[in-house]
Every structure is written in structure tokens, then in C-alpha cells.
Design a protein around this ligand. Structure first.
Ligand SMILES: [Zn+2]
Ligand SMILES: [Zn+2]
Length: 412
């Protein structure tokens, strides 16, 4: 990924893969009648779902199997497989996944670029779907509403970071959406490339009625990861903001900074993206290799957001920062070759930022909806995930692949 959440997960749901869990048809039918407080009392305590019929237990009453897409080996192909979801707890929501987008982190995880992933690995931490059932203590969602899930699904809830809405840096370790130790069910977590997911309401994001669901998905990682530093460093109108790397994260950084009326400059290695940067609202785009441009831009920027996921020479970027300005590394590529003297001379800072807390994730969703900020996406079918991965690695994506699990569900 371009930042460091470590999950992976697949989900599915095309007609030819129609999930066969018992009770699904019944639940969908009930959810279809929507508005009814239907499964509002669906579970009590742990998972006492109200039976859909005398003979057929409601989905979520006990652990259940769902279709998913994932890799069975490190670097393996993404293939259909079956995973278990936990029974619906009192504060859980069961989400019928409609869209999940592909984050570069998914690919790094599957490829074992950071560490050997727990297998099978089911990526996906940009998830949007419809609530099919809720536990009996759930207050945030009703059946039939749209919910999103981002990079995390759990945290301690009691440490100082959790208590200040920074669950992503929970001092006891957040549980990421995929590939993380699952403290509820044991084993490891499975992400959004799947038919359904069960998650605590605390980690589900409300998707406003009327929001384009395909566009909402990438905001749950690429959006929040770039929005959080824009908020934290209080980007103001007229600020000169640099975005390094124009991929899934970078293109959202440009859109979000432009929406703050900042003047944005993009640094890219791809000549073909120069025109894209202008289309996205950037004032200019510069190739890193253009030494003359880097010299011209010395002492220019108030904030720089790097989405580069691999090691890079950082000092040329520090040189274009103004006095007291900050280089924020959200791509988590290793920043090499920092010159301490040059840093001191400009009192410059090198920082990092990782996704955002749940409240801030809700904020970026609402912010993007209110201002009609949408990622540029390409919709694919689950069978195309491997091909999409190859294209992301070749930087041939503009700018987010979203996997369509909605077709055939009649639930979008
Ligand atoms: Zn991500
Ligand atoms: Zn915590």
C-alpha cells in the first residue's frame, strides 16, 4: 500500500458465485422491505438472531461461511475461496458488501513486501455495503442503511489514543481490517474482497444517503490517509502544497488540498501524468528528474505530502520546503539522504501520518459528499483483480480500481 495499514481481504458476489449460506435469501428479502425495523432486534447478547423461520436460522445467528477472493500463498493469484464470519454480536453490524476498492497496500500484503502475510490473505479495506442485520444494542445503523469499513475493525477503546479518536494508533494495537490478529474470533482478519463482513458498529462509517457508493469506497483509505495531514497541519487557502506521487493516494491528496483552496504542485516520475495533475486541479506538475524545476521551487512549499511507497532520495524535496514547513510521509517509503545541516538551516520537519481515526474517517466521508469530491475510479469484476494488481504495479491505473460486488445483488 501506499501507507501502512496491513490488511487484505476479498469479497465476492456475482450471480455465478451466488453465496449459498442458509437464510441469505430470506434475509435479503427482509432487508429489501427495508425501512422496517426488521432485524433491529436481530441479536441479543452474543448472537441470538431472530430466526427467519422456524426451520431456518437467521444469518448471523452463528458463525457463517461467505465467498471471498484472496491469495492462498504469498504472491499467489487472487482466487475465489470461502471464509468464516463471526456470529453477530450485540454491537455488531452485518454488512452485505457492494463495493471494495484496491489499495496498493493490498498488493504489498499479498506479495509479502512487508512481511509474510497470514494465509489465506483476503485483502480489502475500502469497503461499502448495505446493512443486512444489526445486533440488539446497535444504535448507529438500521437495517437497509449503507455502511463503510476502512482500514481498522477494532481497538482497545480505553487507551489515551482511542479516547482521543486516534484508534489507528491504539497503544494496545489496533486490529486492521485484514491480516491482523483477530482478538474477537481468533485467527486473522479477512477484508472486503468478500460477500459480507461482520464488524463492530464503532468501526463502521455512515455513508450519507445519496452518496455515490462506488466513489465512497476509496475515500475510506486513500481519502482519510491524505485528509488527515491536511487537517492536522491546517492547510489554508493560498498555501502552497506539494504532493509527491500521483497514484490512488496522491490523486485524492490533490483533490482534497485543492478543495481547501491550496495551490497544489504535483511531483511525479510519469510524464503522462503531468496533464492529469492539471485536470485534477493542480497548479503545476513537475518531474522529479527536472533539476532546473527543483531549483526554481526552492523554499516554496508550506506542506508536502509524499505518497511514495518505496525508498527515495528525500533531500531534494526538503529543499523545496519553506522555513518551518513539514514533509509528511504517508506512503511510508524510506526517506533517504536527509542532510541534517539543511534541515536545521530551514528548521524543517520530517513527519509521518497513518490513515486517521474513526471520527476523522466519518468527517472525510461527509466532507467529500458535501463538496462532491470523488476519486477517479475504474470499476472491475472480481475476476479481474489479478489483472488490476498488475496494472497498479505498472502505474497503469487512474486512479482506483473498485471491485463491483453489487451486480447481481439487486442491492445497490
Ligand atoms: Zn489502504
Ligand atoms: Zn486503544
Amino acid at each position: 500500500m501506499e501507507h501502512q495499514c496491513s490488511d487484505h481481504h476479498p469479497g465476492d458476489c456475482h450471480p455465478e458465485h451466488a453465496p449459498a449460506e442458509p437464510g441469505r435469501r430470506k434475509i435479503l428479502k427482509m432487508a429489501g422491505v427495508a425501512a422496517m425495523p426488521l432485524l433491529g432486534a436481530m441479536s441479543s447478547g452474543g448472537a441470538q438472531a431472530q430466526a427467519a423461520s422456524a426451520s431456518e436460522p437467521a444469518l448471523g445467528q452463528s458463525p457463517f461461511t461467505v465467498r471471498a477472493y484472496g491469495a492462498k500463498s504469498t504472491g499467489g493469484r487472487i482466487v475465489p475461496l470461502q471464509i468464516q464470519r463471526r456470529a453477530l454480536g450485540a454491537r455488531d453490524v452485518l454488512i452485505d458488501i457492494l463495493y471494495a476498492s484496491i489499495c496498493h497496500s493490498d498488493i504489498h500484503t499479498v506479495h509479502g513486501d512487508w512481511r509474510a502475510p497470514p494465509l489465506p490473505v483476503v485483502p480489502g479495506h475500502e469497503i461499502v455495503g448495505r446493512v443486512l442485520a444489526v445486533g440488539n444494542k446497535v444504535t448507529k445503523f438500521k437495517v437497509g442503511e449503507i455502511a463503510g469499513v476502512g482500514c481498522m475493525v477494532d481497538s482497545c477503546g480505553t487507551c489515551e489514543n482511542c479516547l482521543s479518536d486516534r484508534e489507528q494508533i491504539c497503544l494496545n494495537g489496533a486490529t486492521f481490517t485484514y491480516g491482523s490478529l483477530d482478538k474477537v474470533s481468533g485467527g486473522h482478519t479477512f477484508g472486503g474482497y468478500s460477500d459480507k463482513i461482520v464488524v463492530s458498529e464503532r468501526f463502521a462509517i455512515r455513508i450519507p444517503p445519496g452518496m455515490d457508493l462506488v466513489s465512497a469506497a476509496p475515500i475510506l483509505c486513500a481519502g482519510i490517509t491524505t485528509f488527515s495531514p491536511i487537517r492536522h497541519w491546517r492547510v489554508r487557502p493560498g498555501w502552497r502544497v506539494a504532493v509527491v506521487g500521483l497514484g490512488g493516494l496522491g490523486h485524492m491528496a490533490v483533490k482534497l488540498a485543492v478543495a481547501q483552496r491550496a495551490e497544489v504542485t504535483v511531483f511525479t516520475t510519469t510524464p503522462g501524468k503531468i496533464a492529469d495533475a492539471a485536470r485534477l486541479g493542480a497548479r503545476e506538475a513537475v518531474l522529479w528528474s527536472d533539476a532546473a524545476a527543483m531549483k526554481r521551487l526552492a523554499n516554496t512549499f508550506d506542506l508536502m505530502i509524499s505518497t511514495v511507497p518505496y525508498a527515495f532520495e528525500a533531500q531534494p524535496f526538503m529543499n523545496v520546503l519553506k522555513l518551518d514547513s513539514t514533509f509528511v510521509n504517508v506512503g511510508l517509503g524510506e526517506a533517504r539522504g536527509i542532510n541534517p545541516g539543511a534541515m536545521a538551516l530551514g528548521r524543517k520537519s520530517l513527519s509521518g501520518s497513518m490513515i486517521g481515526g474513526i471520527a476523522e474517517t466519518q468527517e472525510v466521508i461527509d466532507h467529500c459528499f458535501a463538496r462532491n469530491i470523488r476519486p477517479d475510479i475504474e470499476l472491475i469484476r472480481p475476476e479481474q483483480i489479478d489483472a488490476a494488481y498488475e496494472r497498479v504495479v505498472k502505474k497503469d491505473v487512474r486512479y482506483r480500481f473498485v471491485i463491483d460486488f453489487a451486480s447481481g445483488k439487486n442491492a445497490a
